[in-house]
Design a binder for this molecule. Structure first.
Ligand code: AMP
Length: 401
């Protein structure tokens, strides 16, 4: 029997999300999450999909990532899916920042781990947690490959003139300042799934992917290759997000420091955690924004309009970048579920070849689907993203090559 299981780990600073997949049939055997690691109120939620058993929940302190992963291993073992199984082929780790070094999934050895650690200054919130997850998983199963799958990798194909900021080249080089892009596994998965939906090969289609979750990013994908994306050095650039501002005049920062007396850390926190929808109207959840806007709440209505305006600008910009667009595709929490956002983003873009089938747009479904009328020159689609499956597929492909 060949080992065909892959454990996917997405380690955050105080959480670990995990999925165990069987790549023989791409099925999910178990999924779960540990949150509030290091607090008294840690919580583990485990869904044993393979056995069809009930969802299990564990409450109580889980001290650190090592304890968290051991608790996950115990849950999996209770389902007969222990991590000591010879059927486990690899562990796939989501790693947020791969810098310019990592442009493809990579089997982790000491040197690779050191390199991921050296990228911490570029992703201070994410890479340290990713490193911890890798260390703990390596200690648990040193004998199987641990594979890093980078959020930045899909965007490594951006041309240098697209990736560079128009600043002093020597300063940019010294401090690794350039556009990297994020959500890469999602953009890769969704752009390919969109080609499939259109009955074409990825090489044949040009797609604008709108990944609209709590974080949000757009990408322009030509023939399966990313040519531009909206996030930059960090995930702060681009679209309006749940709590991030997206694009703004960099001079806002100088102004807030000089005139507002704010520190760099305060401005960092303001723009990353207290801006976007939350900053504009007090809610970062699009469901709440839509509900309030529907009731005539002005701040929520304006926040929605700002969100949509930015989206339209990126659709227009990426239409220009690609020249010919075959599909605009919506994905992630907002993109998959918020019909009013899709409706408003596409409205008035008929000259760009975009149109909506309003009934199809309003229907709820978990399946990839077209929401444009047949006559539309550019297809509009909704494609649920699946970053865990993509990480597992990339890791599995690498270790079975
Ligand atoms: P994600 O980061 O992809 O998990 O997306 C999370 C976001 O999706 C949440 O913050 C919500 O704003 C949004 N979301 C989820 N369900 C809906 C829905 N039914 N309508 C509008 N927004 C939704």
């Amino acid at each position: 029997m060949t080992a065909s299981r892959v454990l996917v780990l997405n380690s955050g600073s105080s959480s670990v999300k995990y999925q165990l997949l069987d790549m023989a049939d791409r099925s999910r055997l178990a999924v779960g999450l540990v949150e509030r690691i290091g607090e008294e109120t840690s919580r583990l939620v485990h869904e044993p999909l393979a056995t069809g058993g009930d969802r299990r929940e564990q409450l109580g302190p889980i001290a650190d990532h090592e304890a968290a992963l051991k608790a996950v291993a115990a849950e999996l073992a209770a389902d007969g899916l222990g991590l000591d199984s010879p059927e486990l082929a690899a562990v796939g780790h989501r790693v947020v920042h791969g810098g310019t070094r990592f442009t493809a999934p990579t089997v982790i050895d000491d040197e690779v781990l050191a390199e991921i650690r050296s990228l911490v200054p570029l992703a201070p919130l994410h890479n340290p947690a990713n490193v911890t997850g890798i260390e703990v998983a390596r200690a648990l199963r040193a004998d199987i490959p641990q594979v890093a799958v980078f959020d930045t990798a899909f965007h490594a194909t951006m041309a240098d003139h697209v990736a560079q900021y128009a600043i002093d080249a020597e300063v940019a080089e010294r401090f690794s300042v350039r556009r990297y892009g994020f959500h890469g596994t999602s953009h890769a998965y969704v752009s390919r799934a969109t080609a499939r939906l259109l009955g074409k090969a990825p090489e044949e289609v040009n797609v604008i992917v709108l990944h609209l979750g709590n974080g949000a990013s757009a990408s322009a994908v030509r023939g399966g290759v990313c040519v531009d994306t909206s996030m930059g050095l960090t995930p702060l650039e681009g679209l309006v997000m749940g709590t991030r501002s997206g694009d703004l005049d960099p001079a806002v920062i100088f102004h807030l420091a000089r005139v507002g007396g704010m520190s760099v850390d305060e401005i960092d926190s303001l723009l990353n955690k207290k801006s976007g929808l939350l900053g504009m109207c007090g809610d970062n959840d699009m469901r709440e924004v839509l509900r309030r806007a529907g009731e005539g709440d002005e701040a929520a209505g304006r926040a929605f309009a700002t969100y949509v305006h930015r989206l339209k600008k990126y659709i227009g910009a990426y239409t220009a970048v690609l020249g010919r667009v075959d599909a605009v595709v919506f994905t992630a929490g907002v993109g998959e579920n918020a019909a009013p956002v899709r409706e408003a983003a596409v409205a008035g873009l008929e000259e760009l070849g975009l149109a909506l089938d309003h009934r199809a747009n309003a229907e709820r479904s978990g399946e990839p689907r077209l929401i444009s009328p047949e006559y539309a020159r550019v297809a509009v689609a909704v494609v649920p993203t699946d970053e865990e499956l993509e990480i597992a597929a990339q890791a599995y492909e690498l270790v079975t090559r």
